[in-house]
Design a protein around this ligand. Sequence first.
Ligand code: ZN
Length: 90
Amino acid sequence: MKDSELQRKEEKASVYATHPDLFKLLSIKLEMRSQHGLRYIIYANGKWSCTCDFFQERETCSHTMAAKQILTSMPLMGTFNEEIHIDDSN
Ligand SMILES: [Zn+2]
């Protein structure tokens, strides 16, 4: 038999899950096995970063581009992509 308090939390979670606008993505850290070794891709404070050499020179790279493509399929990423766009225009 399920704990009734836990049951109520699960019901509340189902309601919250239909309102992605209540959530704001603050940070992500990914590890990626690239052709040249492990890369660490981070999203924090509205900005992306990557540990590869290309990113240090150009502030973008194939790893962050791929991460954005993967994560765009998540509902939260609507606001997330707007923030990225604002950064690009600076
Ligand atoms: Zn990179």
